[in-house]
Design a protein around this ligand. Structure first.
Ligand code: FES
Length: 335
């Protein structure tokens, strides 16, 4: 950034209007005791707005007195930030970013447009419409090259659309701010490439706790399990017991339901929700029980699971279980 000097033509005095003075005092009051000087930026900004968008030397001195700051400290701030104009500016003041990303994307070509349409940097056009200055990064590099005109950003500039923009402003037209191409904000120039699935923006549907269809499905599953257990049990109860009771008794004799919460057996490879249901019916609730199966236990259990699979296969939506991995009680994560 080049050295910024005060304009050679300065007014003699500067005072805030009563309204601006009241506003400045209100801002100063917002800062904690002993930190009121931190209001220097907004107060300088208001002084610039009052004085036709540029800061004369008396205004810098006035703000220093108001904030009880050494003049040199306020002078340093006013001459450091390019947001403070030290000379008169046009009705449209163009701050053209010339920092590396904008420069690599064609800012030098935009400078040529400024010189041709506005004139030398730092001068106001004769009719007072334009002035321009090159500034450092304005924080919109993602849409480089860009320029700030008064308080608006104009991005994705090309010599053509920049020239059209300046011409539109010169004619007093209201021009589109932001990207000057079809690009939407900072999305890829050739259109969005990610997050295209609109489904991901939907709120998760809340499945009702009960519905006739859900009850029908649960009943179907329960019936299948009972049918499977009854179909393969070799034990004949001496006394006729109703439905599944005899088979459950046999299972209880073989596997004792452990105390405490059940493991999620669907994590064991080859066990789905329906198979887990059968295993639970048989008293098998823990990974450790599966790990302790004897060969005979395993055959006994698998016969019942296979029988269930046969029932499932004849039921719409049913599927045969894959029993691999059950013998050792290995979870899917352990494979
Ligand atoms: S480099 Fe131009 S906006 Fe950042």
């Amino acid at each position: 950034m080049s050295v910024r000097r005060l304009d050679p033509n300065q007014p003699e005095h500067f005072n805030f209007t009563p309204q601006n003075l009241a506003w400045a005092k209100e801002q100063i009051r917002k800062y904690p005791e002993g930190r009121q000087q931190a209001a220097v930026l907004p107060v300088l900004w208001r002084a610039q707005e009052q004085h036709d968008q540029w800061l004369p030397e008396p205004a810098i001195r006035y703000v220093a007195n108001l904030l009880d700051m050494p003049y040199i400290r306020v002078y340093e701030i006013a001459t450091f930030y390019t947001m403070f104009n030290l000379s008169p500016v046009g009705r449209y003041h163009v701050q053209l970013c010339g920092t590396t990303p904008c420069m690599l994307r064609g800012a030098n070509d935009l400078k040529v447009v400024c010189e041709r349409m506005i004139g030398p940097q730092g001068r106001v056009t004769p009719e007072g419409v334009f002035s321009w200055v090159e500034v450092e990064c304005l924080g919109a590099c993602v849409n480089a090259p860009m320029a700030q005109i008064n308080k608006d950003y104009y991005e994705d500039l090309t010599p053509e659309n920049f020239e059209a923009l300046l011409e539109g402003l010169r004619r007093g037209r209201s021009m589109k701010t932001g990207p000057q191409t079809e690009r939407q904000f900072s999305a890829p120039a050739a259109g969005a490439k990610t997050l295209l699935d609109t489904e991901i923006y939907r709120a998760p549907s809340r499945e009702p706790a009960w519905s006739p269809e859900r009850e029908r499905q649960e009943q179907l599953t329960q019936n299948n399990v009972q049918a499977a257990v009854e179909a393969v049990s070799p034990v004949k109860s001496p006394e006729p017991k109703s439905g599944n009771t005899a088979k459950v008794d046999e299972a209880r004799a073989r596997f004792e339901k452990p105390d405490g919460p059940s493991d999620d057996l669907t994590k064991v490879k080859g066990i789905d929700a329906a198979s887990q249901h059968v295993l639970n019916e048989l008293g098998i609730h823990r990974y450790g029980q599966i790990g302790r199966w004897s060969d005979e236990d395993r055959q006994w259990v698998e016969a019942r699971l296979q029988a269930k699979a046969l029932v499932d296969t004849n039921t719409p939506g049913g599927a045969a279980p894959n029993v691999a991995g059950r013998r050792q009680g290995k979870t899917k994560d352990e494979d």
